[in-house]
Design a protein around this ligand. Structure first.
Ligand code: PMP
Length: 407
């Protein structure tokens, strides 16, 4: 799209038209999950109304159609991520399942008590706990790249932590709690210089940053459909074909086999080897529609629209007395975490809720990060392209009311 009519775009999201406590909804919790455009809602509905059948099995028209739609979505994901092969796209439940798959199928067989997995101090629990489990199973060690007060990684420090023992680097592309965009291109090159593969947690990055897995040269890339305007319960693991080929299946069941006998089972080829059981077909189809929608608006346009909104929100928040922003990296997108001297984040978000302003309060599934900043929680504002300056103005007005209430 050349000239985006952002007002019309907002109108594509029916949920945003509702009122909460008699006030228009200002939805500012997009990092938790995004709202869905009509294109996604209608695609999922139409799939269930017309095309629903199980995939890869039936030799009848309806099942073939369901299979075609499911596999067409895989092609869309491939093109969205710029992956070299469609076999490199594995449908999973979400980022969490994608990382668990890699932890158990890739990392676990390689880990010994001499190995390490390297993650950063700003990971979501989904990119901490699966590695802790694999480390507990094997005696390996989880090592942490520290972050600065601004929420950034020092590349020299990172380089020193890459050792002969490091089996994998697993880092977020964009922090869900701070908004920091990590210098992943450099980090991958530095890890590869020592033959260490890299997994990127792209849960937050995909709605805001164009992804090219071949340019990045990452070995794995994980994301969730629901954060990029698609349905819940569907996500993607991208892995380089040679690496995925060498990995054992994560789960056993239907569809992931080519032949089963009680003595021996032959596994299916990629990507089916990693898709045991009936998949979330409608979810995959809905994700395809979401990616079409994002591509129709254009990620460049989205960034051009969201970045000034982020700057405006940051400036306005900084005018509030006693408000401190946690995470002031130079390179960040769409997320602002803050604390107020006067009120706990939960109180802030409850009061904002009564004003129709939805933000998140808590540790954002990043408890070690909260510990790093010596705070129990933050209030977090996270933007999407359908947000407006008016949403921000209402946020600021509501925070000022919190200050009045808390003296
Ligand atoms: N990583 C990051 C950075 C996230 O923000 C999230 C979701 N909050 C996840 C992983 C987990 O995603 P999901 O719950 O969709 O599996």
């Amino acid at each position: 799209m050349n000239d985006v009519d952002w007002h019309a775009v907002r109108n594509d999201f029916p949920l945003l038209k509702q009122q909460v406590y008699g006030k228009p909804l200002a939805y500012l919790d997009n990092a938790a999950t995004s709202q869905k455009p009509n294109a996604v809602i209608e695609t999922v509905e139409q799939y269930y109304r017309q095309d629903n059948a199980n995939v890869h099995r039936g030799v009848y028209a309806l099942s073939e159609r369901a299979t075609e739609r499911y596999e067409a979505s895989r092609n869309k994901v491939q093109s969205f991520l710029h992956a070299a092969h469609r076999e490199e796209i594995i449908f999973v439940r979400g980022t969490t399942e994608a990382i668990n798959l890699v932890a158990q199928s890739y990392a676990r067989p390689r880990l010994t008590h001499d190995s390490e997995i390297l993650i950063s101090a700003m990971e979501h629990h989904s990119n901490i706990v699966p590695w802790q489990i694999a480390c507990q199973q094997t005696g390996a060690k989880l090592t942490i790249i520290p972050i600065s007060d601004s929420g950034e990684i020092d590349l020299d420090d990172y380089k020193q932590r890459l050792t002969k023992r490091t089996q994998l680097v697993a880092i977020t592309h964009m922090s869900n709690a701070l908004g920091t965009i990590l210098p992943v291109q450099e980090m991958i090159a530095m890890a590869h210089a020592q033959n260490i593969p890299v997994l990127l947690d792209g849960a937050q990055a995909v709605p805001h940053i164009g992804i090219n897995v071949q340019t990045l040269d990452c070995d794995f890339y994980a994301f969730s459909g629901h954060k990029i305007y698609g349905p819940t319960g569907i996500g993607v693991l991208y892995g380089k074909q040679t690496i995925l080929d060498a990995m054992p299946p994560y789960q056993g069941g239907g569809d992931m086999i080519s032949q089963v006998s009680f003595e021996n089972t032959l596994y299916n080829t990629l990507p089916y080897k990693f898709e045991a059981g009936t998949p979330n077909i409608a979810g995959a189809v809905g994700l395809g529609a979401a990616l079409d929608y994002v591509e129709y608006i254009g990620l460049d346009n989205i960034v051009r629209h969201e970045q000034p909104l982020l700057e405006y929100a940051t400036q306005e928040l900084l005018t509030i007395k006693g408000l401190r922003i946690i995470g002031t990296a130079k390179h960040k997108a769409s997320i602002i975490s803050f604390v107020l001297d006067a009120a706990h984040p939960h109180d802030i978000s409850s009061i904002l809720d009564r004003e129709g302003v939805a933000i998140r309060a808590g540790h954002h599934c990043a408890m070690p990060l909260m510990e790093r900043f010596r705070i129990p929680a933050t209030a977090r504002v996270s933007l999407a392209f359908y947000n407006t300056k008016q949403d921000i103005d209402r946020l600021i007005k509501a925070i000022k009311e919190v200050l009045i209430l808390f003296g």
